[in-house]
Design a protein around this ligand. Structure first.
Ligand SMILES: Cc1ncc(COP(=O)(O)O)c(C=O)c1O
Length: 371
């Protein structure tokens, strides 16, 4: 048998995506338009209209190679956030940028720090690239326990991932807490601040810290508040171009197609669309918090500032897989905690339009009264 470079490439964890509406509609006979798709943290109002219009107008370029550095998109991102293109590298989703960062800044066997639980892709790529994941524990209701994290970062991992707000808990760290972590890290540790869900915290995020820390990279995605998960755009930004140039070298050369470049360059300025999503998510967070507060067998884990939250299953006769399947039968797609590293007492549920949240709440109420 042909060898692979690391065992995890044959036997390691594989990412479990949220199920598609088409699959659930077919399997459970629920009309596709009724399905509440609450497992992939997508935008409640779909794709950015500005990005869509730009892509429609650009169809003529499909026969031409794109700029291998996605120059036009990097210029647009730079203009939006006050940096130069040399401070930015783009990937086919943040996911690709994460894989580039791991390969570029940690050698095999070297330690990479992340919270447990975290976005599964950090630990999956760390294992597949033969690097060593170091997990910082979380506390009650997924408290990020930053003092613990700080002790681990002081040991000088090659890379330290901080997700703000966290996936899957949605817990948020303010600038003071972030500075405490960053100040404790050795100068040769690469700090990676993943702000995939930052818009939903209704803050501007912490890109301003880039000017203070020359070992810091911020990651952002177009998949969430811009509604462009299907287009695949993410980027890393740093005030220090020496952190960006290795990523430009290691990235698959033409990793961004013409439509990603054109769509992203227009979408990054679509603040109207972002604001609409943020408003819906914020209203639904309040609404679902109130409604779940009336339940006895389920509880919303408090503290999420993202467009999802963890639901805890209080009834010992139920577990996450039972509830996950009961929800599917009722046309509600969520994430089973066993697939995202939080165990069988939790589900991860997106905040989306009210009719979808009502479908989710009604399904839970039905399960509550069932014995
Ligand atoms: C914390 C975090 N970072 C990055 C991503 C990936 O985003 P993208 O769609 O840009 O690859 C996700 C997606 O679920 C995420 O939860």
């Amino acid at each position: 048998m042909v060898n692979v470079s690391f065992d995890a490439l044959r036997t390691g964890e594989i990412y479990v995506p949220g199920l598609s509406s088409e699959y659930v509609a077919k399997k459970y006979g629920v009309p596709i338009g009724d399905i509440a798709k609450l497992a992939s943290a997508e935008n409640p109002h779909g794709a950015s209209p500005k990005a869509k219009a730009a892509i429609e107008a650009a169809q003529g370029n499909l026969d031409i190679y794109p700029s291998w550095t996605a120059e036009h998109l990097r210029e647009a991102i730079g203009e939006r956030y006050g940096f130069k293109p040399e401070n930015i590298v783009c990937g086919s989703g943040e996911t690709e940028v994460i894989s580039m960062v791991i390969r570029a800044f940690a050698a095999p066997d070297q330690p990479i720090l992340m919270h447990d639980p975290c976005f599964p892709i950090y630990r999956i790529y760390t294992a597949c690239e033969g690097r060593n994941a170091v997990f910082a524990p979380t506390g009650e209701d997924f408290d990020p326990m930053i003092d613990n994290y700080i002790e681990l970062v002081k040991k000088g991992p090659r890379i330290a991932f901080v997700t703000n707000p966290n996936n899957p808990s949605g817990r948020f760290l303010n600038d003071e807490e972030l500075r405490k972590i960053f100040d404790a890290a050795p100068k040769d540790t690469l700090l990676v601040l993943d702000e995939a869900y930052i818009h939903y915290t209704e803050t501007d995020g912490s890109m301003h810290l880039l000017k203070e820390y020359d070992n810091l990279i911020v990651l952002r995605t177009f998949s969430k508040a811009f509604g462009l998960a299907g287009l695949r755009i993410g980027f890393a930004i740093s005030a220090n171009p020496d952190l960006i140039s290795p990523l430009l070298r290691i990235k698959p050369t033409w990793n961004m197609g013409q439509l990603q470049i054109i769509g992203g360059a227009a979408g990054v300025f679509d603040t109207e669309h972002v604001d609409r999503a943020v408003k819906t998510v914020s209203e639904m967070r309040k609404y679902v918090t109130g409604e779940m507060g009336k339940m006895n067998r389920f509880r919303m884990v408090p503290g999420s500032r993202a467009n999802f939250f963890l639901a805890e299953i209080l009834d010992p006769d139920l577990d996450s897989t039972i509830v996950f399947n009961e929800l599917l039968k009722r046309g509600v797609i969520v994430k089973d905690g066993t697939d995202i590293g939080v165990g069988n007492r939790y589900l991860r549920v997106d905040l989306n339009q009210k009719r979808h949240m009502d479908r989710y709440l009604n399904a839970l109420r039905e399960i509550e009264t069932q014995k």
